[in-house]
Design a protein around this ligand. Structure first.
Ligand SMILES: C[S@@+](CC[C@H](N)C(=O)[O-])C[C@H]1O[C@@H](n2cnc3c(N)ncnc32)[C@H](O)[C@@H]1O
Length: 177
């Protein structure tokens, strides 16, 4: 049986749920694949990365799209830039493929960033969290899972039995009764 990779899974979900006027955030734009996907399915996209090269690579990949705001800053400062309540915020954690692997997302900044994103999210919005199985990725998953449980957030998990496979969380606000 064919097992889609986690990016294929969340792209499929977003493609089938985002409305035409959606505002979305790529909190880690890297090589721009997620930003390009979001630009095709949103009215407006914010693309964050702390690496200048990542912003430049994303601009190249997304040439011709006029609905992207590029932010060369850490995603912890999401609220300084994003004026709307986004419909989706994507955190594809880790390091940029084919680049300096020492520059990666870190648990101590990823947790506050994810909290900011959840605060800002529209009532029907969704957080997409893609975790990788290296040491820092496991730490990110651990602290963020703890916070999700404490806040009673709604979480769907896509995980295989393979110990070295990435894991996908879809997270949204608690259901109001
Ligand atoms: C796995 S890559 C993202 C892949 C990307 N979404 C794509 O489609 O190509 C992770 C990215 O997170 C960036 N990053 C690391 N720490 C960050 C932070 N605090 N704020 C924003 N971006 C960060 C890295 O520079 C790297 O480019």
């Amino acid at each position: 049986m064919y097992h889609p990779c986690i990016t294929e899974i969340y792209h499929w979900i977003l493609e089938h749920t985002l409305k035409k006027d959606a505002v979305t955030v790529d909190a880690t734009c890297g090589n721009g694949k997620d930003t390009l996907f979001l630009a095709k399915h949103s009215r407006l996209v914010y693309a964050f990365d702390i690496q200048e090269e990542a912003i430049e690579e994303t601009k190249k990949r997304c040439a011709g799209f006029t609905n992207i705001v590029y932010v060369h800053d850490s995603h912890e400062r999401l609220k300084d830039y994003v004026r709307e309540n986004p419909d989706a915020v994507v955190f594809n954690f880790g390091y940029r493929p084919l680049s300096d692997h020492t520059v990666m997302t870190r648990a101590d900044t990823s947790l506050p960033a994810v909290k900011e994103a959840m605060d800002l999210l529209g009532t029907k919005g969704i957080l997409i969290l893609a975790f990788y199985p290296h040491e820092e990725g496991r730490k990110e998953r651990e602290v963020i899972t703890q916070w999700i449980l404490e806040e009673n957030l709604v979480r769907t998990v896509y995980e295989t039995k393979k110990p070295d496979a990435p894991v996908l969380y879809l997270v949204s606000k608690p259901v109001m009764k």
